[in-house]
Design a protein around this ligand. Structure first.
Ligand SMILES: *Cc1c(COP(=O)(O)O)cnc(C)c1O
Length: 393
């Protein structure tokens, strides 16, 4: 009999999920109104110590609401990392704006040195905005991403944002539960340093609503405007008056019921993410061809996704490793194909993204679910170690 499949990540429903969803069904409050939505928003806002939260249909919808609210419009430039899930960039496209792609730093988050050099050398502030000299376009916003739960340097990014009048939308879709360790934001939750932060509750995220997202910010009127936009910008519920056009982006009460129950479990999930990570580190310490990458943000990271990296960049060997694991019923995958190399984005400006390319050729994401048992984790480690014996490069 083949070994059972070990997935990268599976949802973990051991709390009040069923109870709350049943309650939503029994009371027939299943759509975009209902008390679970506001309870989920309030509980998340309290958890992150942030003034307002707006639950929406997905993290992508949340990013889009932020870009629209902060005035990103056709032809504007938005600074993004090349190393991220495509949703970050797609949201920029929804506003008919253009991405400018940046490399990553030593822990896979946007390279702030490179962002600074670009703003200093290629842009100039002009009457309360920043213009890219060569194109004459406005650089309107930046969307840093806390990749795999590791943290961007928000201190420096927010300084640059102030100097260059940029809106910073913090893509915290992967970092819920993480807390900044150093600097101005020490002790604050990720997602609360930018002008607005975005969370995702997709199936593989640390908590899930099946699909869903949330915008959080201390800027109360910004979040309220986004909530309004997410409900078709309806000004009057009886006469259906609309002063703006909006989107059908609101989260449903059913999803929020799941979300509220999941949020109650967050501390337990963080504990298992960290414990499993430490176990992997320990079991793989003797591995000669690769290593489990550390989180630059240390213990304060949520340890959402684990990156096993070959010592040397070698895309072919990375693929052999993925196939080797797959043949043993262990799910693993490379990190995202870099966005500046994707067909729809090749025509846009990209800085030198050599560091991201090397990560792409080295890293394999390995099973990291909060359901992962110690036996499963040991099986993954045995396979990773055996690959080193069998595949000599
Ligand atoms: C998951 C994710 C998103 C989008 O979230 P959805 O809820 O799936 O729309 C955006 N950015 C990053 C980096 C993500 O990992």
């Amino acid at each position: 009999m083949p070994d059972e499949l070990i997935c990268l990540s599976t949802p973990n429903f051991r709390g009040n999920e069923k109870k709350y969803v049943d309650e939503a069904v029994e009371t027939e409050w299943v759509s975009t109104a209902g008390s679970f939505i506001s309870r989920f928003e309030e509980r998340m806002a309290a958890r992150l110590s942030v003034k307002q939260a707006c639950a929406c249909q997905s993290g992508t919808a949340g990013l889009h609401l932020c870009l629209r609210h902060f005035g990103v419009s056709a032809g504007d430039l938005v600074l993004v990392p090349t190393l991220t899930f495509i949703a970050t960039v797609n949201a920029v496209m929804y506003q008919a704006a253009e991405p400018v792609f940046f490399d990553c730093d030593s822990h896979m988050c946007i390279d702030v040195d490179q962002v600074e050099a670009y703003l200093e050398r290629e842009c100039r502030p002009e009457g309360g905005r920043t213009v890219e000299i060569a194109s004459g376009r406005t650089v309107k916003a930046a969307v840093p991403v806390h990749v795999f739960g590791d943290h961007c340097d928000m201190d420096r990014l927010m300084d640059l944002a102030e100097r260059y009048h940029l809106a910073v939308i913090e893509d915290a879709t992967e970092s819920l539960g993480g807390v900044f360790a150093r600097g101005r934001y020490a002790g604050r939750a990720t997602g609360t340093a930018g002008h607005a932060g975005v969370l995702s509750f997709n199936g593989n995220k640390i908590i899930t609503t099946g699909g869903g997202g949330m915008v959080v910010s201390d800027d109360v009127s910004a979040v309220e405007h986004m909530r309004y936009l997410s409900q078709q910008a309806k000004d009057d519920p009886v006469y259906f008056v609309h002063e703006e056009w909006g989107y059908n982006y609101r989260m449903t009460n059913l999803q929020a019921a799941l979300g509220l129950a999941q949020l109650e479990e967050l501390d337990g999930f963080l504990e298992s993410k960290r414990r499993n990570y430490a176990r992997y580190r320990e079991r793989l310490a003797g591995c000669d061809y690769g290593e489990l990458l550390p989180f630059g943000s240390g213990e304060n990271s949520n340890h959402w996704f684990y990156s096993f990296a070959l010592r040397e960049p070698d895309g072919a060997r990375r693929d052999r490793l993925i196939q080797y694991l797959s043949a043993r019923n262990i799910q693993a995958r490379p990190i995202w194909k870099l966005n500046h190399t994707q067909t729809p984005f090749r025509k846009y400006r990209a800085m030198d993204c050599g560091r991201a390319q090397r990560f792409y050729d080295r890293v394999v994401n390995i099973p990291c679910g909060t359901n992962l048992t110690e036996e499963q984790l040991d099986r993954v480690c045995r396979a990773l170690l055996a690959f080193g014996e069998e595949d000599r490069g």
